[in-house]
Design a protein around this ligand. Structure first.
Ligand code: ADP
Ligand code: MG
Length: 622
């Protein structure tokens, strides 16, 4: 048998490796911006065409590269940022793996122009498929311009995988904001197809926040600043009244690197406890600086998760710093001052932060309450439920048995006027047998209803989600939902990233009864909304819908439209805890059982359950 193992040709190996670093235009944007920051630039311009699919160019006035470095920079594992393994644990720059430029050169046509401060001429290099095509001296100012054209031109499978321009541009804007927010002392601009999207003058962090997130935060920011030997935190949180229904404006940076941390987000949300509505999100832009050796640097550079050596310390520190600041600015209700005083005595905010204090802080009540809350075991109700198991059949089975019953469904004409009228549904039977149709609401969340064979318990929100979802499917299928024109059209101001997102959804939203028009940069005028949205709450409805949509947005299994339908169904559904009138309950029940699939929500949760009278009787020994 012949030998069959071969080494992959370099350009293929490079393309494979590149896939890890450059997944989409936005990942290249991030790498190029970070390189410019690392090069000490004070001005950085980003230009994109076709959402980065045709062109991504970053021009900086940083230290530039020598001719040799400019060539070397595109080799794999070529970096100026670490020299030995020790450096790895103290690294303060944004990049250090020396992979970004090599990856970019493997999947795009690259042109670089660069010049160092002391060189007379600059260097121009053209690279394609990881090979240098052209190199010559050029006249150039100090700094570097890297242009990458036709991303994935040689990896069609990846190119096809890219999303719409609107979606890819949204990712780019996200990355741009994350980098520019962290460096307010650097000028940044972003142009898309020749149109300027951002122009961020150098300034303070406060100015940068207002530039990016909008004027409505002006005079609405609370400054955070706490320093200890162990770590520092600084930045701003929005006053409670600026909290929004969408999570958009929340930025957390560790050593100037944007990170996502559900854990630290929880700490911040906790600090806002009682000050904002449960389902709203405060704005924050917070920077945590700590010794790089306290942070796990093995985390992949494209990932945003982070590991702290001691995350409980960080949690308590962040929470108390935010609480402290909110209290100092007299924003917390009087009642909270007491609480705040006790937090100020916590080791996490006393200085300096020594090793012993670190461990005693870990033992403090703040931690134990937190851990208890999070470790509290969900009481296992299984054993209690055992007897109930055969009490009712799972919804799936019920669906089938109900289907089988359709034929014997009695005629609608038997139902007295003013009572429920159910049509065209295999589920008709389950209700048409109902006697009296008297609905009772329990815990403002469940509707209890009697029928011939037993009782029905309906979860109002789950049921309503199903109803709306089916209604929306019909709407996008060509039966648009009626719009009520706003009497006083209001404008909604969004963060840049949300603007791109909403723009992408406009056509589908139109079918669903939302008439929105772009209005200047990052704003829309609400011309009309579906009739069942209360006048005055349109803005809120749209913000909530966007938030929910974003929760789905990493879920590749759903199309854009499907995500929108599900988000809207959830957002407009009557929530558990809402009192309903008798009439509302009747309409809801009727609508539910005219659905094609009334037994589950779009996400598969049961909408109702049926308790058979025979089974009830059996339970009571009858
Ligand atoms: P890393 O940033 O991890 O070192 P990259 O592949 O991103 O790896 O860049 C390789 C090297 O090229 C960097 O270490 C740096 O020396 C140089 N470099 C990249 N971009 C620039 C730039 N805009 N200005 C100056 N030098 C740069
Ligand atoms: Mg880099």
């Amino acid at each position: 048998m012949p030998d069959i193992i071969q080494l992959l040709p370099d350009h293929i190996a490079n393309q494979i490796a590149a896939g890890e670093v450059i997944q989409r235009p936005a990942s290249a944007v991030k790498e190029l911006l970070e390189n410019a920051v690392d090069a000490g630039a004070t001005e950085i311009q980003l230009l994109v065409n076709d959402a980065g699919k045709a062109l991504i160019q970053v021009i900086d006035n940083g230290k530039g590269m020598s001719e040799t470095d400019a060539r070397m920079a595109f080799e794999r594992h070529a970096t100026s940022k670490i020299k030995n393994i020790d450096d790895l644990f103290h690294i303060k720059t944004m990049g250090f793996r020396g992979e970004a430029l090599a990856s970019i050169a493997a999947v795009a046509q690259v042109e670089i122009k660069t010049k160092t401060g002391d060189a007379v001429t600059g260097t121009y290099i053209e690279i394609e498929n990881s090979l240098v095509k052209k190199q010559e001296p050029i006249a150039w100012q100090q700094g570097t311009s890297i242009a990458m054209k036709n991303l994935f031109f040689n990896v069609p499978a990846r190119r096809n995988f890219l999303k719409s321009n609107a979606a890819e541009l949204r990712y780019i804007v996200d990355e741009f904001i994350r980098v520019s927010m962290a460096f307010p002392e650097i000028f940044f601009s972003l142009s898309s197809n020749g149109q300027q999207v951002f122009h961020l003058e150098k300034g303070s962090l406060k100015q940068r926040i207002v530039q990016i997130l909008g004027n409505n935060y002006n005079a609405k920011l609370v400054s955070i600043k706490e320093e200890t030997d162990y770590m520092n935190i600084y930045g701003f949180v929005g006053k409670p009244e600026t909290a929004k229904k969408t999570r958009g404006d929340q930025y957390l940076f560790v050593n100037s690197r944007f990170i996502k941390s559900a854990y630290l987000n929880h700490a911040i949300m906790n600090a806002f406890d009682q000050m904002i509505a449960k389902d709203s999100f405060p704005m924050y832009t917070l920077f945590i600086d700590l010794d790089p050796s306290q942070v796990d640097i093995n985390v992949h550079p494209t990932k945003q998760e982070i590991k702290f050596e001691d995350e409980k310390i960080v949690y308590a520190f962040v929470q108390s710093a935010v609480k402290h600041a909110l209290a100092q600015f007299s924003i917390t209700p009087a009642l909270d001052f007491e609480l705040d005083a006790s937090i100020q005595h916590l080791d996490a905010v006393t200085k300096p932060f020594t090793e012993e204090k670190k461990s005693s802080a870990a033992a403090s009540s703040l931690y134990s309450t937190f851990t208890q809350k999070n470790q509290a075991h969900f009481v296992d109700k299984k054993s209690e439920l055992k007897n109930w198991k055969d009490f009712y059949e799972p919804s799936e089975k019920k669906f089938e048995s109900l289907l089988a019953n359709t034929e014997q469904a009695p005629d609608d004409k038997d139902v007295p006027a003013g009572e429920l009228h159910i049509h065209h549904s295999p589920f008709t039977k389950i209700l048409s047998e109902a006697e009296g149709h008297h609905c009772t609401q329990l815990h403002n969340s469940y509707i209890l209803l009697q029928n011939n064979t037993g009782i029905l318990l309906i979860h109002q929100q789950n049921a309503h989600e199903r109803i709306l979802y089916e209604r929306f499917i019909k709407a996008t299928g060509g039966k648009p939902i009626a719009t009520q024109q706003s009497l006083f059209p209001s404008a909604i101001q969004l963060a840049a990233a949300d603007t791109v997102l909403l723009t992408e959804l406009l056509p589908d939203l139109h079918y669903l009864g939302y008439h929105l028009e772009p209005f200047g940069s990052n704003a829309f005028v609400i011309q009309g909304t579906p009739a069942d949205i209360l006048q005055g709450s349109e803005k809120n409805a749209i913000e909530k819908m966007l938030e929910q949509y974003k929760n789905f947005s990493n879920d590749l299994k759903y199309s854009k439209r499907e995500k929108l339908l599900r988000s809207l169904a959830w957002q407009q559904s009557v929530k558990a805890g809402t009192p309903l009138t008798a009439k509302e309950m009747l309409v809801l029940v009727e609508d539910l059982f005219t659905c094609t699939t009334p037994n589950i929500t779009p996400n598969g949760k049961p909408t109702y359950t049926e308790f058979k009278k025979t089974e009830l009787d059996r339970m009571f020994g009858r």
